[in-house]
Design a protein around this ligand. Sequence first.
Ligand SMILES: Cc1ncc(COP(=O)(O)O)c(C=O)c1O
Length: 444
Amino acid sequence: MSSDTEQRAVSLVNSFTNLNRVAADGVRSIVSGAGVFVRDSQGQEYLDAISGLWSTSLGFSEPELVAAAAEQLHRLPSYHIAIDRASDVALQLCDRLAQAGPGKVARVLLTNSGSEANDTQVKLLRYYWHWKGEPGRTTFIARERAFHGSTLGAASLSDLGPSGAAFGLPLLDVRRISAPCRAWNALPGETDAEFTARLAAELENVITDAGPDTIAGIFLEPVMGAAGVVVPPEGYYAALQAVTERYGVRLVADEVICGFGRVGTMWGCDALGIEPSATSCAKGLAGGYMPAGAVLVDAEIAQALLGQSSRLGTFAHGFTTGGHPVAAAVALRTLELLEERDIVANAARCGALMQQRLREAAELPVVSDVRSIGLLAGVELGGPAARDLVQKAVGIAAAHGLLVRGAGTTLCLCPPLVISEDEVALMTGRLLAALSELAAPVPG
Ligand SMILES: Cc1ncc(COP(=O)(O)O)c(C=O)c1O
């Protein structure tokens, strides 16, 4: 295939973009990667400041992950985790995740993706409430601008606006609460404490309006990623959890972006003081090298799974390639490398440096807000044309050799966790150059 055909994307349906623009302009065809850099079919190199799709946490050419995959492909290239059998590596991965997980994890289910993990959570909560004798608890709570995935349950939890409506979503009864983003939602002069108290009261009103005995659970990303990197103010989750506990609402932490070191701690829940009933993870689980996701549940939900099996004789859920042995082997090696190389500490250290450098961006008139934690940052652009400016900035950044993600009015950064201090300087330098060019008056 010629590189021109690749760039033109003749048959590809590209996700989360304008398909007409792609048909006219093509896509950037990425052909190789090393460390924090990728190269396209024209030979241009970019610092990938979004780790693919928030996922390539160990960089693009980690030989240990490649070796783990190759070794597993030679030894046992395929096996399932169903009907009284499982690969040895899937078993080991479950134990490892149960030990590592946020809160107390009693059981682990393996999936192929974050969407499947969140769809599984929806089913498990319904299953749980059926077992508890409260089958009327079928309503879920999620936040404005949330993204929890693309399968029917996960997409119903996501706030996709008119795009969701065009798919006929949501299929679930979903109630929305505000995002804990001061830039979008704080009232003038409101303190953090007042802001979080107001959001907690909003949650309580949603629960009491719907009827507490109708609410199954709430899905929360510790730090909202695709919404535009929303880092909640201190005390937010404590205030929310006081409400969820009062009404017995199960809290699902969506750690698909935050998990495995992204925010400078192993889990977003650790950094933000969340005690979930269940956790979804994916993306960084296998370093982004293999499709892999997981659902971690506490003893209360696990008891329902066992109880239902006593009643029904089976647990009727699973995926042929969920917990695939190659993905499991790569995930196990990823978890080992995180520890062996102290990668979470590197994320915290380089994250602090990134945040320091981004303070310069906050001074630019085109920038209205900068939000960050660990190696996750959102640079929000201001003004009525902010959405268009973000798209323009993504293009200018690419011309400067930097790949960033535009999300609404925000430019998102989420570089591989193995980034070095020099590379942080390069990344932020390129971003600042792109933002300055964006803000510069057009000559003539
Ligand atoms: C927070 C969050 N949850 C779930 C998903 C869905 O994960 P996947 O694309 O692996 O299905 C994503 C994807 O970006 C995500 O950001």
